[in-house]
Design a protein around this ligand. Structure first.
Ligand code: GDP
Ligand code: MG
Length: 462
């Protein structure tokens, strides 16, 4: 990954789109072939991300001869626990260099596709439109893992015609939303016109093209951004409680190198915290799973990667904020400046939470990340669901959260509940909840969360 005297880091990307467009399947399709073939230099699962090395991309993109890949690979941000959401609305989106917007060719643009596009435009993130499920065109002949142009040439006139008008429909819809798009291999002006890559996540047509386009477009348009530098750029994705490791934070290391023993400054709900990295962890590759322990320990890690950090004092770290390395030479003034920066960031998060739609009488919602919280509240407020929300918070459920939720006991008893997603309930909080009559509902999808809550309402009315 050396270009002149530049060293490049991996391109970071995320996958967005309407529910059922095929986001999960697409990532599966990229991963599976690799696992089945048992290739070396293969894809590895990282913390909150999937690492796709350049060797693998070259292997799959073999039919496209003569292209020069400069980046060392792709880091695809996973959206763990986001299964029930239309998109990853989290601030994590802005850490991506490039996004993939998945559109179901049979459905065209849908509500959440349009929302994702608006957010990407807002944040000025480049994207590639994937026109997925081409195998559902009537009479499609499977050409497993073929480049899409070849696969299309193999189809009957009828299939080609159906593809043509469906493509035109999507291009028109995108135009109505303010985006010029074109089939990637016809796209001469890719700096202004967005690419469309048709794919099937079932039989793999177009997947080589997608992998290739992600690296080619990113290296053509954002060389500066992809240049490795020795300054740490790092975003907190999630805070976790591990029974063996204690509190850990999952981060995406966007640039720079993290070392065991580094002093880092992290934004928490109790203000900025400076702490020491006690351990840097990544999962073992699949084939090394028999090795003792789930995680591999590292002395240092180089961007871009998904990393689990073990350190004290991070229980209240705020997902979506950045982690800063405090150098031994940093004088106090500078550290203060960094704390200031973090305080401002925290201010933003709190402000954003208070902007979420809440009302006087309603349930209390708690989640691990801002993106999830936002999506849950949106879902609860949606017409078919109609569960009002009175308050919310991030991170583990504490006594004070139960106390806040218990305010409803006097106003509207059935709303004296905490809907908890992907967060731990602290033992004292649990005790207080059962004593005071606050119901804590936990689930691993938003839909189950709402179902369990409705069950609770039904039972409390009986
Ligand atoms: P997500 O909600 O965007 O993650 O969508 P999923 O990946 O879960 O896919 C939704 C459904 O569409 C599943 O039943 C998939 O098997 C199916 N699906 C996804 N991609 C394709 C495709 O390329 N072709 C066909 N025929 N079905 C697909
Ligand atoms: Mg999915």
């Amino acid at each position: 990954a050396i270009e002149g005297d530049r060293v490049l880091r991996e391109t970071i990307c995320c996958i967005l789109g309407h529910v059922d467009a095929g986001k999960t399947k697409l990532l599966d399709c990229i991963r599976h072939t690799n696992v089945q073939k048992g290739e070396a230099g293969g894809i590895t699962q990282q913390i909150g991300a999937t690492y796709v090395p350049v060797e693998y991309i070259k292997e799959r993109a073999k039919p496209h001869e003569g292209v020069v890949i400069k980046v060392p690979g792709l880091l695809v941000i996973d959206t763990p626990g986001h299964e029930s959401f239309s998109n990853m609305r989290s601030r994590g989106m802005s850490l991506c260099d490039i996004a993939v917007v998945v559109v179901d060719i049979m459905h065209g643009l849908e509500k959440q596709t349009v929302e994702s596009l608006a957010l990407l435009k807002d944040r000025n993130v480049r994207f590639i439109v994937v026109l997925n499920k081409v195998d559902r065109l009537c009479g499609w002949k499977h050409c497993p893992d073929a480049p899409i142009k070849k696969a299309l040439e193999n189809q009957s006139g009828d299939v080609k015609r159906e593809f043509g008008w469906r493509l035109t429909k999507v291009v028109t819809q995108l135009k109505e939303n303010g985006f010029n798009t074109a089939l990637y291999y016809d796209n001469q002006k890719f700096r202004k016109v967005f690419d469309i890559v048709p794919t099937s996540a079932i039989s793999g047509e177009g997947i080589p093209d997608l992998l290739l386009m992600l690296v080619l477009r990113s290296q053509a348009t954002m060389m500066e951004k992809l240049t490795f530098v020795n300054t740490v750029e790092c975003t907190v994705l999630e805070v976790n409680d591990d029974k063996d490791l204690g509190t850990t934070i999952d981060v995406v290391l966007i640039n720079g190198v993290l070392h065991k023993g580094d002093q880092v400054n992290v934004c928490t709900k109790q203000g900025p915290v400076t702490t020491t990295i006690r351990d840097l962890l990544t999962p073992h590759p699949l084939k090394e799973l028999r090795v003792k322990g789930i995680y591999k320990h590292h002395k240092e890690l180089k961007a871009a990667q998904g990393v689990k950090i073990v350190a004290r004092g991070l229980k209240y770290a705020i997902p979506g904020t950045s982690l800063v390395v405090v150098k031994p030479g940093d004088d106090l003034g500078q550290s203060e400046a960094k704390s200031q920066r973090n305080e401002n960031e925290e201010g933003n998060v709190i402000q954003e939470i208070s902007r979420l739609k809440t009302c006087k009488e309603g349930v209390y919602v708690q989640a691990s990340t801002f993106g999830i919280l936002e999506a849950i509240i949106e879902h609860l407020n949606s017409p078919g669901v109609n569960v009002p929300v009175s308050g919310c918070n991030l991170g583990p459920i504490e006594k004070k959260d139960v106390m806040k939720a218990s305010a409803m006991l006097k106003r509207k008893e059935e709303y004296a509940a905490i809907l908890a997603f992907n967060v731990r309930v602290m033992p004292e909080a649990d005790v207080l909840a059962s004593e005071s009559g606050v119901k804590i509902v936990t689930a691993d999808t938003v839909y189950k969360l709402v179902d369990s809550f409705n069950e609770h309402i039904k039972r409390s009315k009986e």
